[in-house]
Design a protein around this ligand. Structure first.
Ligand code: ADP
Ligand code: MG
Length: 392
């Protein structure tokens, strides 16, 4: 389809955001502060992002009339989640430059294509194989070994659609009819998980945030800490891999690269031991980057605005030595529909509370987060966890 020529979009211009969740909300807040107008395209004005945006077009994401109404108001368009129909992005591109591109999205929507693309570019990924049914799982297990993790190729998030498979007997329990395409991955006995968020402009400039260290509970991000407790060598490798992935996928905007770090000798890997493998990538702001709002000179959301508008990229360095972020899941909300006692959270010094304006708390649903910036990483982690305890 014909595309609009890219040009720099300066403050005063209008940015379109496809998706109405918390990532879109925090993007809109950053863009507003910078003097942009943000129009959100999502299904309901009650979602987190439209509550803080200048305008909103509601409709199904594949409703061409709604897409046109939205896109025709925008100078540049971006998105906050990857499961957007390719036709919608193609339609957006007729009206305004749209980042990331339909190609990047097609790759990021498909775990198999994503892993294959990264691997072909010489980037390290965990051993994987395509699976469609019990028979092909048996073949795949010969390649990747047991235990393995079985993931749906499309539309999984926060561990949804994942099974840990220890044996063929486990595999027999899987509801194979529920999905036609799976990927089997070797279970990586990692020492820690890290992520690197890289921003890339359309003329190929890149900038990375500090490496974040991530603790997951039940496959959902629980706490992010910075600096990551890995040495200089692994840090360099993680950054190289993240930039390599952004270039390989030709991302414009943000790319978060989640990685496993394994085989560290004793934390002092100056001997070159230790391995970094890509787990998955997301071409958008990421939960592990929320601490950049208070913790870095430029937040991931401001960097996203800068990248898609063609502005110079900002300083990503930490404002202090360390920072930590703890997610607030719906599990913390009382069953009677009331709210946690937020006043007690404000009692914990140095902790910032973010709430996403979601009407309904559900188990495992991301409702908000807490951030603490500190001279010392352990203090930052203790503070956010203490503040979270106050929510109970
Ligand atoms: P999602 O799209 O749901 O975030 P991920 O692939 O990132 O899916 O998996 C969520 C979490 O599950 C990871 O952060 C990690 O803790 C765990 N996990 C996923 N794949 C593996 C693996 N191959 N080996 C070990 N742990 C894994
Ligand atoms: Mg993940």
């Amino acid at each position: 389809s014909p595309q609009v020529a890219p040009r720099m979009v300066l403050p005063g211009g209008t940015i379109g955001m496809v998706g109405g969740g918390q990532l879109g909300r925090m993007f809109a807040m950053a863009a507003s502060r910078m003097g942009y107008r943000v129009i959100v395209f999502c299904e309901s004005i009650d979602e987190p992002a439209p509550q803080v945006a200048h305008g909103c077009v509601t409709g199904k994401l594949d409703d061409k009339k709604a897409v046109d109404q939205f896109a025709s108001q925008c100078d540049v368009i971006t998105l906050e989640f990857e499961n957007i129909p390719a036709e919608t992005i193609a339609e957006c591109q007729r009206f305004a430059p749209t980042y990331p591109s339909a190609d990047v999205l097609a790759t990021a929507q498909d775990r198999l294509l994503e892993k294959t693309t990264l691997q072909k570019s010489g980037l390290p990924v965990a051993p994987f194989a395509e699976v469609t049914d019990l028979d092909s799982l048996e073949t795949a297990s010969a390649k990747v070994g047991f235990p393995l993790i079985l993931k749906t190729v499309r539309s999984g998030y926060d561990g949804k659609g994942q099974h840990r498979i220890g044996s063929i007997d486990d595999a027999k329990q899987v509801d194979w009819a529920s999905c036609s395409q799976w990927v089997a991955e070797k279970l990586i006995p990692f020492d820690r998980e890290v992520s690197v968020i890289v921003a890339r402009t359309r003329d190929g400039r890149t900038s990375t945030f500090p490496v974040f260290e991530n603790d997951h509970v039940n496959h959902i991000l629980d706490v992010t800490m910075v600096p990551a407790s890995i040495g200089d060598d692994l840090t360099r490798r993680a950054n190289q891999i993240a930039i390599g992935a952004a270039v390989a996928l030709d991302v414009v905007g943000l790319l978060c690269v989640e990685m496993f770090v394994c085989g560290e000798s004793d934390g002092s890997e100056s001997d070159g031991s230790g391995e970094v493998l890509i787990n998955e990538v997301a071409p958008r702001p990421h939960n592990s980057g929320h601490l950049t709002i208070e913790g870095c000179h430029t937040s991931q959301f401001e960097q996203h605005v800068r990248a898609v508008c063609g502005l110079p990229l900002g300083d990503t360095s930490l404002v202090s030595n360390a920072a930590a972020m703890a997610n607030l899941l719906g599990d913390l909300w009382p069953a009677d529909g009331s709210s946690p006692p937020w006043n007690r959270v404000y009692d914990v010094p140095g902790v910032s509370l973010h709430l996403y304006g979601k009407q309904q708390a559900k188990r495992g649903r991301k409702m908000g987060h807490l951030t603490c910036v500190s001279q010392d990483r352990d203090t930052a982690v203790v503070q956010v966890k203490q503040a979270r305890e106050q929510c109970k």
